[in-house]
Design a binder for this molecule. Structure first.
Ligand code: ADP
Length: 245
Protein backbone atom coordinates (compact mmCIF):
# COMPACT_ATOMS: atom_id res chain seq x y z
CA UNK A 1 0.00 0.00 0.00
CA UNK A 2 1.44 3.35 -1.05
CA UNK A 3 -0.07 6.32 0.75
CA UNK A 4 0.60 9.99 0.53
CA UNK A 5 -0.15 12.36 3.40
CA UNK A 6 -0.90 15.85 2.21
CA UNK A 7 -1.42 18.96 4.33
CA UNK A 8 0.05 22.27 5.43
CA UNK A 9 2.87 22.60 7.95
CA UNK A 10 1.30 21.91 11.33
CA UNK A 11 -1.63 19.92 9.92
CA UNK A 12 -0.58 16.75 11.74
CA UNK A 13 0.99 14.76 8.89
CA UNK A 14 3.88 13.49 11.01
CA UNK A 15 1.57 12.32 13.81
CA UNK A 16 -0.77 10.46 11.46
CA UNK A 17 2.15 9.04 9.45
CA UNK A 18 3.52 7.49 12.65
CA UNK A 19 0.12 6.00 13.42
CA UNK A 20 -0.11 4.51 9.89
CA UNK A 21 3.44 3.14 10.10
CA UNK A 22 2.64 1.33 13.34
CA UNK A 23 -0.77 0.17 12.15
CA UNK A 24 0.22 -1.20 8.75
CA UNK A 25 3.93 -1.88 9.33
CA UNK A 26 4.94 0.10 6.26
CA UNK A 27 7.79 2.57 5.88
CA UNK A 28 7.41 6.25 6.73
CA UNK A 29 9.22 8.43 4.19
CA UNK A 30 9.43 12.00 5.51
CA UNK A 31 11.52 14.36 3.41
CA UNK A 32 11.73 16.96 6.21
CA UNK A 33 13.23 14.34 8.55
CA UNK A 34 15.62 13.20 5.80
CA UNK A 35 16.81 16.78 5.28
CA UNK A 36 17.20 17.36 9.02
CA UNK A 37 19.30 14.16 9.24
CA UNK A 38 21.56 15.51 6.47
CA UNK A 39 21.88 18.81 8.34
CA UNK A 40 22.68 17.01 11.59
CA UNK A 41 25.33 14.89 9.85
CA UNK A 42 26.87 17.98 8.24
CA UNK A 43 26.82 16.52 4.72
CA UNK A 44 27.23 18.83 1.68
CA UNK A 45 23.48 18.52 1.06
CA UNK A 46 22.80 19.32 4.71
CA UNK A 47 24.98 22.44 4.57
CA UNK A 48 23.16 23.55 1.42
CA UNK A 49 19.71 22.85 2.86
CA UNK A 50 20.18 24.33 6.35
CA UNK A 51 19.60 28.03 5.52
CA UNK A 52 16.72 27.13 3.19
CA UNK A 53 14.88 25.22 5.94
CA UNK A 54 15.63 27.91 8.51
CA UNK A 55 14.00 30.50 6.23
CA UNK A 56 10.92 28.32 5.67
CA UNK A 57 11.61 28.02 1.93
CA UNK A 58 11.73 24.91 -0.29
CA UNK A 59 14.79 22.91 -1.31
CA UNK A 60 15.02 22.66 -5.12
CA UNK A 61 12.88 20.19 -7.03
CA UNK A 62 15.94 18.52 -8.58
CA UNK A 63 17.47 17.74 -5.19
CA UNK A 64 14.19 16.51 -3.71
CA UNK A 65 13.27 14.36 -6.70
CA UNK A 66 16.71 12.71 -6.67
CA UNK A 67 16.35 12.09 -2.94
CA UNK A 68 12.96 10.38 -3.33
CA UNK A 69 14.09 8.40 -6.35
CA UNK A 70 16.87 6.85 -4.23
CA UNK A 71 14.70 6.39 -1.18
CA UNK A 72 11.83 4.55 -2.89
CA UNK A 73 14.23 2.07 -4.46
CA UNK A 74 15.42 0.90 -1.04
CA UNK A 75 14.16 -2.52 0.07
CA UNK A 76 12.17 -1.24 3.06
CA UNK A 77 9.83 0.59 0.65
CA UNK A 78 8.99 -2.57 -1.31
CA UNK A 79 6.00 -3.46 0.92
CA UNK A 80 4.65 0.06 0.67
CA UNK A 81 5.16 3.46 2.23
CA UNK A 82 3.56 6.51 3.74
CA UNK A 83 5.01 9.61 2.16
CA UNK A 84 4.97 12.82 4.19
CA UNK A 85 6.38 16.11 2.85
CA UNK A 86 6.69 15.07 -0.79
CA UNK A 87 5.55 16.08 -3.36
CA UNK A 88 5.39 19.74 -2.42
CA UNK A 89 5.30 21.18 -5.95
CA UNK A 90 3.59 20.15 -9.17
CA UNK A 91 6.91 19.19 -10.86
CA UNK A 92 7.64 16.93 -7.85
CA UNK A 93 4.17 15.36 -8.21
CA UNK A 94 4.73 14.69 -11.90
CA UNK A 95 8.15 13.18 -11.17
CA UNK A 96 6.58 10.94 -8.52
CA UNK A 97 3.90 9.80 -10.99
CA UNK A 98 6.53 8.71 -13.48
CA UNK A 99 8.69 7.10 -10.80
CA UNK A 100 5.75 5.07 -9.47
CA UNK A 101 4.89 4.10 -13.02
CA UNK A 102 8.48 2.92 -13.61
CA UNK A 103 8.45 0.97 -10.35
CA UNK A 104 5.08 -0.54 -11.28
CA UNK A 105 3.60 0.58 -7.95
CA UNK A 106 0.70 3.02 -8.19
CA UNK A 107 -0.15 5.50 -5.49
CA UNK A 108 -3.20 4.16 -3.68
CA UNK A 109 -4.48 7.17 -1.79
CA UNK A 110 -3.79 10.79 -0.95
CA UNK A 111 -4.96 11.68 2.56
CA UNK A 112 -5.53 15.41 2.86
CA UNK A 113 -5.52 16.75 6.43
CA UNK A 114 -7.44 19.98 6.16
CA UNK A 115 -6.71 22.68 8.77
CA UNK A 116 -7.44 26.41 8.53
CA UNK A 117 -4.52 28.87 8.38
CA UNK A 118 -5.27 30.52 11.77
CA UNK A 119 -5.14 27.16 13.47
CA UNK A 120 -1.88 26.26 11.68
CA UNK A 121 -0.22 29.47 12.89
CA UNK A 122 -1.44 28.79 16.42
CA UNK A 123 -0.10 25.22 16.38
CA UNK A 124 3.30 26.04 14.89
CA UNK A 125 4.12 29.05 17.07
CA UNK A 126 6.16 27.83 19.98
CA UNK A 127 5.65 24.14 19.15
CA UNK A 128 8.29 21.83 20.67
CA UNK A 129 9.64 18.60 19.21
CA UNK A 130 11.42 15.55 20.60
CA UNK A 131 14.73 15.23 18.70
CA UNK A 132 14.67 11.43 19.17
CA UNK A 133 11.17 10.43 17.98
CA UNK A 134 10.03 13.68 16.24
CA UNK A 135 6.80 13.84 18.30
CA UNK A 136 5.54 17.39 18.66
CA UNK A 137 4.20 19.08 21.80
CA UNK A 138 2.57 22.39 22.74
CA UNK A 139 4.75 25.21 24.12
CA UNK A 140 6.07 24.80 27.69
CA UNK A 141 5.74 21.00 27.72
CA UNK A 142 8.50 19.71 30.01
CA UNK A 143 9.66 16.52 28.25
CA UNK A 144 8.77 13.87 25.69
CA UNK A 145 6.21 11.44 27.10
CA UNK A 146 7.66 8.58 25.02
CA UNK A 147 11.40 9.14 25.58
CA UNK A 148 11.50 11.37 28.65
CA UNK A 149 14.02 13.47 26.74
CA UNK A 150 14.33 17.26 26.61
CA UNK A 151 12.27 18.95 23.89
CA UNK A 152 13.62 21.51 21.44
CA UNK A 153 12.13 24.08 19.06
CA UNK A 154 12.64 23.34 15.36
CA UNK A 155 14.47 26.18 13.69
CA UNK A 156 11.64 26.59 11.19
CA UNK A 157 9.03 26.76 13.99
CA UNK A 158 10.55 30.05 15.16
CA UNK A 159 8.23 33.00 14.57
CA UNK A 160 10.17 34.45 11.62
CA UNK A 161 9.99 31.20 9.60
CA UNK A 162 6.38 30.18 10.29
CA UNK A 163 4.66 32.75 8.04
CA UNK A 164 6.95 32.16 5.02
CA UNK A 165 6.35 28.40 5.38
CA UNK A 166 2.58 28.86 5.22
CA UNK A 167 2.92 31.31 2.31
CA UNK A 168 5.13 29.01 0.26
CA UNK A 169 2.73 26.14 1.00
CA UNK A 170 -0.26 28.15 -0.26
CA UNK A 171 1.61 29.25 -3.36
CA UNK A 172 3.45 26.07 -4.41
CA UNK A 173 1.84 23.13 -2.63
CA UNK A 174 -1.89 23.82 -2.88
CA UNK A 175 -1.76 23.13 -6.68
CA UNK A 176 -0.45 19.63 -5.86
CA UNK A 177 -3.84 18.82 -4.35
CA UNK A 178 -5.57 19.68 -7.62
CA UNK A 179 -3.12 17.40 -9.41
CA UNK A 180 -4.29 14.46 -7.27
CA UNK A 181 -7.94 15.51 -7.23
CA UNK A 182 -7.76 15.26 -11.01
CA UNK A 183 -6.56 11.68 -10.62
CA UNK A 184 -9.43 10.94 -8.19
CA UNK A 185 -7.09 9.91 -5.39
CA UNK A 186 -7.90 12.38 -2.62
CA UNK A 187 -9.67 11.66 0.67
CA UNK A 188 -10.25 14.84 2.63
CA UNK A 189 -10.16 14.69 6.44
CA UNK A 190 -11.05 17.44 8.87
CA UNK A 191 -7.74 17.86 10.71
CA UNK A 192 -9.17 19.68 13.75
CA UNK A 193 -10.38 17.01 16.21
CA UNK A 194 -8.34 15.00 18.70
CA UNK A 195 -5.44 12.91 17.40
CA UNK A 196 -7.49 9.74 18.06
CA UNK A 197 -10.55 11.04 16.17
CA UNK A 198 -8.42 12.02 13.19
CA UNK A 199 -6.59 8.67 13.24
CA UNK A 200 -9.96 6.88 13.12
CA UNK A 201 -11.00 8.92 10.10
CA UNK A 202 -7.65 8.35 8.37
CA UNK A 203 -7.92 4.58 8.84
CA UNK A 204 -11.52 4.62 7.62
CA UNK A 205 -10.47 6.59 4.53
CA UNK A 206 -7.69 4.13 3.74
CA UNK A 207 -10.05 1.18 4.09
CA UNK A 208 -12.93 2.65 2.12
CA UNK A 209 -13.34 2.17 -1.62
CA UNK A 210 -12.19 5.04 -3.77
CA UNK A 211 -13.98 6.55 -6.70
CA UNK A 212 -11.27 7.48 -9.15
CA UNK A 213 -11.70 8.33 -12.80
CA UNK A 214 -14.98 6.45 -12.90
CA UNK A 215 -13.52 3.30 -11.34
CA UNK A 216 -14.14 2.09 -7.81
CA UNK A 217 -10.98 0.67 -6.38
CA UNK A 218 -9.92 -0.47 -2.94
CA UNK A 219 -6.28 -0.04 -1.95
CA UNK A 220 -6.56 -2.97 0.44
CA UNK A 221 -7.84 -5.24 -2.31
CA UNK A 222 -4.89 -4.49 -4.56
CA UNK A 223 -6.94 -2.00 -6.61
CA UNK A 224 -8.92 -4.75 -8.30
CA UNK A 225 -12.40 -4.47 -6.76
CA UNK A 226 -14.26 -2.71 -9.58
CA UNK A 227 -17.79 -2.11 -8.34
CA UNK A 228 -19.96 0.37 -10.21
CA UNK A 229 -21.83 3.01 -8.27
CA UNK A 230 -20.48 2.28 -4.77
CA UNK A 231 -17.87 3.96 -2.64
CA UNK A 232 -17.28 7.49 -1.50
CA UNK A 233 -14.43 9.92 -1.56
CA UNK A 234 -14.86 10.89 2.06
CA UNK A 235 -14.80 8.73 5.14
CA UNK A 236 -17.49 9.39 7.65
CA UNK A 237 -20.92 7.91 7.87
CA UNK A 238 -20.17 4.35 6.77
CA UNK A 239 -16.79 4.05 8.60
CA UNK A 240 -15.64 0.63 7.35
CA UNK A 241 -13.38 -1.13 9.82
CA UNK A 242 -9.71 -0.68 9.06
CA UNK A 243 -7.71 -3.82 8.35
CA UNK A 244 -4.07 -4.65 8.80
CA UNK A 245 -2.17 -4.78 5.50
P1 ADP B 1 6.41 20.85 7.67
O1 ADP B 1 5.47 20.04 6.83
O2 ADP B 1 5.96 20.98 9.09
O3 ADP B 1 6.78 22.18 7.07
P2 ADP B 1 8.69 19.08 7.06
O4 ADP B 1 9.48 18.43 8.14
O5 ADP B 1 7.89 18.22 6.16
O6 ADP B 1 7.80 20.14 7.84
O7 ADP B 1 9.67 19.95 6.13
C1 ADP B 1 10.56 20.88 6.68
C2 ADP B 1 11.24 21.68 5.58
O8 ADP B 1 12.03 20.80 4.74
C3 ADP B 1 10.33 22.41 4.60
O9 ADP B 1 9.89 23.65 5.09
C4 ADP B 1 11.29 22.57 3.40
O10 ADP B 1 12.23 23.60 3.63
C5 ADP B 1 12.05 21.26 3.39
N1 ADP B 1 11.39 20.24 2.54
C6 ADP B 1 10.85 19.06 2.96
N2 ADP B 1 10.30 18.38 1.93
C7 ADP B 1 10.50 19.14 0.83
C8 ADP B 1 10.13 19.01 -0.54
N3 ADP B 1 9.45 17.94 -0.99
N4 ADP B 1 10.47 20.01 -1.41
C9 ADP B 1 11.14 21.09 -0.98
N5 ADP B 1 11.51 21.29 0.30
C10 ADP B 1 11.20 20.33 1.21
Amino acid sequence: MNLLLYGAPGSGKGTQANMLRTHFGITHVATGDMLRAEIQAGTPLGRQAQPILAAGQYVSDDIMIAMIRNRLRQPDCARGFIMDGFPRTVPQAKALDSLMHTLGRPLDRVIYLKVETDELLRRLSGRLVCPLCQRTYPPATAKCEADGGALVQREDDKAEAVKPRIEVYLHKTVPVLDHYRGAGLVSEIDGRGTIEEISRQVLAAVASPLVGNGKVVSPLAGRSAAKPGGGEDHPGTTTPKAQKA
